[in-house]
Design a protein around this ligand. Structure first.
Ligand code: SF4
Length: 371
């Protein structure tokens, strides 16, 4: 459910309600989920053991996104799963012999896994784990927007629902976005880009293509603050600044490296700098620190964690993937934890996904990385 606020009214909108033709993230208020209750050490130990047992019993594998909490990422490593970006999560799941995939991430990741692995059971710790980019691009409004611009090629980011993917010509991840838009521009195509306006602006600037952007944002990356980052840079003059392109343009302009999650981890390793200021979800620090244990990683500043958690460098929906929720999901399975995608929708959404994978393969690019 999204709360839309204008000067005249405040309106609560559910996922399935009709939306205005142009979504304005500046007036959208997302209902953040409560933080999972803190667990004692004994409880953590209990759930970790339970999860390990259930993974075996169910022939399941734990697949975690870079933005989940470190204890979830370490459990994925320990149990033979993977920590990755959303597309790699789905591809790993499709190739793995397990018949059940436990996706620790947000809903569109579960849907993408189901699109690529229709024969497998896809479980999530909490089906209410959303993404503001996905919520901010409801299919009815997006259809109306696309219908107004029938001459444009529709390119959507992986952070979208199966329905939005099914409407698109291409799905794209952040690591291949510039190359794909460059290619489409070389064919003389005009683009609709959705849903992230900052990433859309970034690829438009990099390519000079004719890009019409949907106006959604990531509530985590949108909160990095230019002034505070400038102050931080002055305190750490030798530090390099690593920025995910879902961040606002003013933050991207201060970056030494702009890239997807996988590209930022790679940059952290290869840069000569000993100190790194990182503007993306702090969940990435687990993997990044493994890649360069000798370096100091610093969180880029936000406005600070408030009562609503609107401003902190950690996605509140990613935080829903706690140990108890994973254990419950494996225990109860299809009773409220399984992702389903309509068969016709799945077939339609698979086309633009496969188009991207084939494009990447032709370019010999490694398609990794998104939110
Ligand atoms: S960090 Fe942003 S893009 Fe990633 S899942 Fe959360 S809201 Fe979506």
């Amino acid at each position: 459910m999204i709360q839309l606020k204008t000067s005249k009214f405040v309106k609560l909108i559910k996922r399935d309600d009709p939306m205005p033709a142009i979504f304005d993230p500046d007036v959208a208020i997302y209902p953040f989920p409560p933080k999972p209750a803190a667990l004692s050490q004994d409880e953590k130990q209990f759930y970790r053991q339970n999860i390990k047992r259930l993974l075996k019993a169910r022939n399941a594998v734990l697949i975690a996104h870079y933005y989940t909490d470190p204890e979830i990422q370490s459990l994925a490593e320990e149990t033979g799963g993977i920590i990755s970006d959303s597309l790699e999560m789905a591809r790993f799941g499709a190739e793995h012999e397990a018949s059940t995939l436990l996706i620790a991430g947000v809903r569109f990741m579960g849907e993408t896994a189901k699109i690529l692995s229709p024969g497998k059971t896809i479980l999530m710790p909490d089906l209410q784990a959303e993404c503001s980019l996905d919520l901010g691009c409801p299919i009815e409004a997006f259809n109306a927007f696309c219908d107004q611009h029938p001459d444009r090629t529709i390119v959507v980011y992986a952070n979208t629902s199966a329905a939005v993917k099914a409407r698109a010509d291409w799905v794209v991840t952040s690591s291949i976005a510039v190359e794909l838009i460059e290619y489409l521009d070389s064919l003389g195509e005009k683009i609709i880009w959705a849903p992230d306006r900052h990433l859309g602006h970034y690829v438009q600037q990099q390519t000079g293509a004719d890009v019409l952007c949907w106006q959604s944002t990531c509530i985590v990356h949108d909160e990095f603050k230019t002034q505070a980052l400038a102050t931080m840079k002055s305190l750490y003059p030798d530090a390099a600044v690593l920025v995910h392109p879902e961040s606002p343009q003013s933050i991207v302009e201060m970056a030494d490296v702009v890239g997807s999650t996988s590209q930022l981890i790679q940059a952290a390793k290869s840069l000569p700098h000993q100190q790194l200021i990182v503007a993306t979800d702090r969940g990435i620090f687990y993997r990044m620190q493994q890649a360069c244990p000798e370096k100091t990683l610093l969180e880029a500043p936000t406005a600070g964690e408030g009562a609503t958690c609107r401003s902190c460098a950690h996605c509140p929906w990613m935080a829903m993937n706690g140990l108890k929720a994973i254990s419950d999901s494996l225990e109860q399975g299809s009773m409220g934890y399984e992702i389903q995608v309509d068969q016709k929708l799945r077939e339609e959404a698979l086309k633009p996904l496969n188009r991207m994978l084939n494009f990447a393969a032709e370019l010999r690019l490694s398609v990794k990385g998104n939110a």
